[in-house]
Structures are given as C-alpha cells and as structure tokens.
Design a protein around this ligand. Structure first.
Ligand code: G3P
Length: 221
C-alpha cells in the first residue's frame, strides 16, 4: 500500500469527540474536506471503531496499533490480516501512548508487508528514529512525548528534531507531531523537510475541527 505525500494523519486517539458515532461523523467530515481541498488526509482510529469507519469513508484509515499475527488463535489481539478485508489501510506503531518492543515491531511490520498495509512508526527522539530504520517502516513520525497534547508545538519548541530526523532519514520519510495547532507549526515542519504531520487534540478537540484542519492542510500544500 502506498500513501501519497504530503500526508496529514488525524489521530482520533480515544477522545469522546472522535470515537463511536462521533468518530464516524468526523471521518466523513474529513473525507469531504480532503476531496474539497485536494490534500491527502488519513485518520488513525480506535480498534473498536475500525470496521465502522473503514466502511464509511474512502480516505485512508489506519489502526492506532496492531499485532503482527494473521488468522488464528490470537484472543485479544488486533491481527493485521483481519483488518485488511475491513478496508483498513495500515497502522501506527509504537505511539508514545502505546509503546512496543523490538519483537512486536518486527512481527507487526513483517505481517503488514505481507498483507500490503502501510506502516507509520512513531519515535520519541532522533536517536530512536535512527534505531527504527532497521525495521523498514514506510514512514517514521517523530513526536517528543513531553509536547504531545500540549500548547507548544514541536515546530516551535524543538525544530532541530525535525531537521535532524530529516538529515538521517531523508526527505519523504519523516512525519512530525506533538502540539501542532497552527498553520505556522505546519509551515515550519514543511520547511525543515517533513513530508507531513500527525495531529490529534489540535483538531479533534477544537471547537470547529474542520476549520483548523483546513488551515493545517493548506499550509502543507
Ligand atoms: O499522534 C498524534 C499525537 O500524539 C499528537 O497529539 O494532541 O499533540 O496533536 P497532539
């Protein structure tokens, strides 16, 4: 599975505003916006909502976490292989709120490659970006955990992380997230070489989510 770049990923996390029917409605609004302004926008959705949302929209839908297994005796897992026929296109992995170890990472990415799914691995530091390259994910998202969900963006507080990650990984491989809320946050990330953003609270919890998402997307164009 290939995603077009630049890419905006809206992480629905487990916010009330973006789960269940609220999540379904938000995904439909995002689909309308993506078609209207011609920007690639994907949504990263709670496991419990994946089937509902993947059946409701044609924009890319990502899981927030997967397990590197196929069909079989895997009680309580989120098997990659089961997601594909539901219309799920890929997954985040190793998000700072859902960290995994090397074995999990290797198995999940291997299974995702077999099933033609797109992988976005999250890193908390430039060193971790460098370490994660060996797993060969499609994209790496750098998100300093101390800035996630806050008011100050990575673009403002730690812009050097973006340029350092781009230096190591090359262009077209680095997404940036944490505290992104304004068009300027996105502009800086783009100027420093990021090929997209990962955003959650700045959109999902905004009074008018589509207004702010539109601004962020247009800044990336
Ligand atoms: O995955 C996106 C993320 O963790 C950033 O969250 O709320 O700072 O946009 P937020």
């Amino acid at each position: 599975m290939n995603f077009n770049l630049p890419l905006v990923i809206v992480n629905f996390k487990a916010y009330q505003e973006s789960t269940g029917v609220n999540g379904q409605n938000m995904a439909k609004d995002i689909e309308r916006l993506a078609n209207e302004i011609g920007v690639n926008i994907a949504v990263a959705v709670q496991a419990v909502d994946l089937a509902l949302i993947a059946a409701s929209v044609s924009i890319p839908v990502l899981a927030q976490h997967v397990d590197g297994v196929g069909y079989g005796a895997f009680t309580g897992h989120i098997p990659v292989t089961i997601l594909k026929p539901l219309g799920v296109d890929g997954s985040l992995l190793n998000h700072s709120e859902r960290r995994i170890g090397d074995d999990h990472m290797a198995a999940a990415i291997a299974q995702m490659k077999i099933d033609g799914m797109f992988s976005v691995v999250c890193a908390e530091s430039v060193e971790e970006c460098e370490y994660l390259v060996k797993f060969n994910p499609d994209l790496i998202a750098i998100e300093p955990p101390d800035l996630i969900g806050g008011e100050v963006s990575v673009s403002t507080a730690k812009p050097h992380l973006i340029s350092d990650a781009v230096k190591i990984l090359g262009s077209n491989r680095v997404l940036v997230g944490a505290g992104i809320k304004t068009a300027n946050d996105v502009k800086v990330a783009k100027e420093l070489g990021a090929c997209g953003i990962l955003v959650a609270s700045g959109v999902v919890r905004a009074p008018k989510p589509m207004d702010i998402l539109r601004e962020l997307c247009l800044a990336l164009k």
